[in-house]
Design a protein around this ligand. Structure first.
Ligand SMILES: Nc1ncnc2c1ncn2[C@@H]1O[C@H](COP(=O)(O)OP(=O)(O)OP(=O)(O)O)[C@@H](O)[C@H]1O
Ligand SMILES: [Mg+2]
Length: 360
């Protein structure tokens, strides 16, 4: 948790009960059905959800590019929905935005693109040039000042997009699928850049993505949206390791991976006479010794614990291990084993047909 949040500082972004309905040809789409969200200062907050879930509508409400039908939008302590046009323009300078398709002007150089919003804001030439000189090195483009977008790679174009967003010295950065048009390696570079800019410039970042790998790489907290509502929200580590909602589980399984390869399960020996076979998923948060647990459980309770699969990884810098075990033994012994592991603080869940089906 960022220090500023722990210290009880007001959130950088506080959305309260946002509703936004679009009326098409007779049909009505409720893009936001009452969304509330708080993003702490200094946090990288991710929003995930399937296409049409309302993510972009929500993000655009944060700078009132989209005006909600009702609800409150507080950014940096200011209620944006109450501002007049002039005050809103001023407030928007504190909120930078980065887009999926960069939205660069092809007829302008890198410097010209970065300076463009400053021009619109009526900032004079000398100040504009100073800002361009300030932000281009931040994104590693000091040598590309006079290049045109057509001469740049996708990653470089997005660096221009980020520099343009930073030119007004914002405190909040909104990113709508900022890496979705980039290859995985470039995605990694841009995410690392956003994370380091956040630290260096003391930014709060709210980003949309449909890729859980992006969330895993740079977010502190995440909200999952479905049909205009937030269905789950929490620290990335918690949401990834203990997803509550079926939709979240599906998203998370993209990156956590399939703990149980279906073929492996099919090849497991059947339980012996008077025994049961129980498939368990065991989550180790932190660097616990998995092997010690397995061998000690066997000694204590006389069960056989077969490691079916396992992996160790990191989420948001925290290590975790996920292991699938097949436990063989008399039902009470297996039950005792599970309870003992839970008493040790391990997260133990039965692997039901749902997980197996998903793996298939
Ligand atoms: N200007 C608009 N006019 C009419 N309907 C809209 C408009 N903007 C969004 N919608 C509808 O609102 C819903 C939410 O759209 P939104 O763009 O916020 O989804 P999203 O989660 O960003 O999706 P994607 O992942 O595809 O970008 C969709 O059903 C969409 O069709
Ligand atoms: Mg969108």
């Amino acid at each position: 948790m960022p220090e500023s949040q722990a210290a009880g500082a007001p959130p950088a972004i506080a959305l309260h009960h946002l509703v936004r309905t679009f009326r098409g040809h007779g049909a009505e789409v409720r893009a936001l059905a009452g969304v509330s969200l708080k993003v702490a200062a200094g946090e990288v907050f991710g929003i995930v959800g399937r296409s049409g879930a309302g993510k972009s509508t929500l993000l655009r409400c944060v700078n009132l590019l989209e005006r909600p039908d009702s609800g409150s939008v507080r950014v940096l302590g200011e209620e944006l929905t109450a501002l007049d046009e002039a005050a809103l323009r001023r407030a928007r300078r504190g909120i930078g935005m980065v887009f999926q398709h960069f939205n660069l002007l092809s007829s302008r150089t890198v410097a010209g693109n970065v300076a463009f919003p400053l021009e619109i804001a009526g900032i004079g030439r000398a100040e504009r040039e100073a800002r361009v000189a300030e932000v281009l090195p931040l994104v590693g483009l000091e040598g590309k000042r006079d290049a045109y977008p057509a001469q740049l790679s996708g990653g470089q174009k997005q660096r221009v997009g980020i520099a343009r967003a930073l030119a007004s010295r914002p405190r909040v950065l909104l990113c709508d699928e900022a890496t979705s048009a980039l290859d995985p390696e470039t995605t990694g570079e841009i995410l690392a850049l956003i994370r380091s800019l956040k630290d260096r410039l003391d930014l709060t970042v709210l980003l949309i993505t449909h890729e859980m790998a992006v969330v895993k790489a740079i977010c502190d907290r995440v909200a999952v949206m479905e049909a205009g509502a937030v269905i789950e929200e929490g620290r990335v580590f918690d949401v990834f390791t203990r997803p509550q909602h079926a939709t979240t589980r599906r998203f998370v399984s993209e990156v956590i991976g399939h703990v149980v390869p279906p073929g492996t399960v099919a090849r497991l020996p059947p339980p012996g006479e008077g025994e049961e076979r129980r498939l368990l998923q065991v989550l180790f948060a932190g660097p616990s010794s998995t092997r010690a647990v397995v061998s000690e459980a066997s000694r204590r309770y006389g069960v056989d614990l077969n490691i079916v699969s396992g992996r160790i990884d990191e989420i948001a810098g925290e290590p975790y291990g996920l292991m699938a075990l097949a436990a063989y033994g008399a039902p009470p012994a297996v039950e005792n084993t599970v309870n003992w592991m839970r008493d040790l603080g391990l997260d133990v869940a039965d692997i039901g047909p749902e997980t197996l089906e998903h793996a298939a």
